[in-house]
Write a protein of this length. Structure first.
Length: 223
């Protein structure tokens, strides 16, 4: 299982989910995007596709074995593009787990993500998922904005046609109380697979996955 973080998210943020999935007997790797943590000095990807290619080139995924991909929010779209690359290279991708994300074909028509410091911080507070005490730390905020802006700029450049599909099954997940990604928005992902499709909802908002990691891991195990 490869985990793809949300915009601005670092690999460490998904340690809880990775541990829960690993507890189900599934080897789990968390992807690290540029402009954060140990990749702080790495240049930001200009596009989502470039970011997906960067992550694909980082490992010999064919040797790892059949893959499952799990992406939260922006990470779901990155994982989708990663799946397209992997399948074109003959790597076996069995399932794409989509968490709290609109479908690739809906991104271009959706409102652009903010790209000024003040607007980005307001957007992140609205989404939740970041400890308000950390947002009072100027050094933390500086590093956070560096990562978020890199991801937001790439996402704002993204577009995908409705008929672009992967062979892997797509499983969508969301929070009942997510005010950003409504449950019906998840169904748009059905257009992007030649395999099977399903939708599951959990209690919680946009970052339901933090509190529901054990239940999500169990669902992943059951396929």
């Amino acid at each position: 299982m490869l985990l793809f973080p949300h915009a601005g998210g670092a690999a460490a943020t998904y340690r809880g989910l990775a541990t829960a999935v690993g507890g189900q007997g599934i080897d789990t790797y968390v992807m690290q995007y540029p402009r954060r943590a140990e990749r702080l000095a790495h240049p930001a990807a200009e596009t989502v596709e470039e970011l997906a290619q960067d992550l694909f080139d980082a490992g010999d995924w064919a040797a790892v074995g059949p893959l499952q991909l799990f992406g939260h929010c922006l990470g779901a779209v990155v994982a989708f593009e990663f799946a397209r690359i992997a399948e074109s290279r003959g790597v076996d991708v069995q399932r794409l787990w989509v968490s709290a994300s609109e479908a690739p074909s809906a991104v271009a028509a959706s409102p652009r993500l903010p790209t000024t410091d003040r607007e980005v911080l307001a957007h992140m507070v609205d989404l939740g998922g970041t400890d308000p005490r950390l947002l009072a730390d100027e050094d933390f905020v500086e590093l956070l904005l560096m990562a978020v802006l890199a991801d937001y700029h790439a996402f704002n450049r993204y577009s995908c046609e409705r008929d672009v599909r992967i062979g892997a099954d797509i499983r969508t997940l969301g929070g009942h109380d997510d005010h950003r990604i409504k449950p019906d928005m998840l169904t748009g992902w059905q257009d992007h697979t030649r395999g099977s499709f399903s939708r599951n909802l959990f209690d919680g908002g946009h970052f339901y996955v933090t509190e529901q990691s054990a239940a999500v891991a169990e669902l992943v195990h059951d396929g």
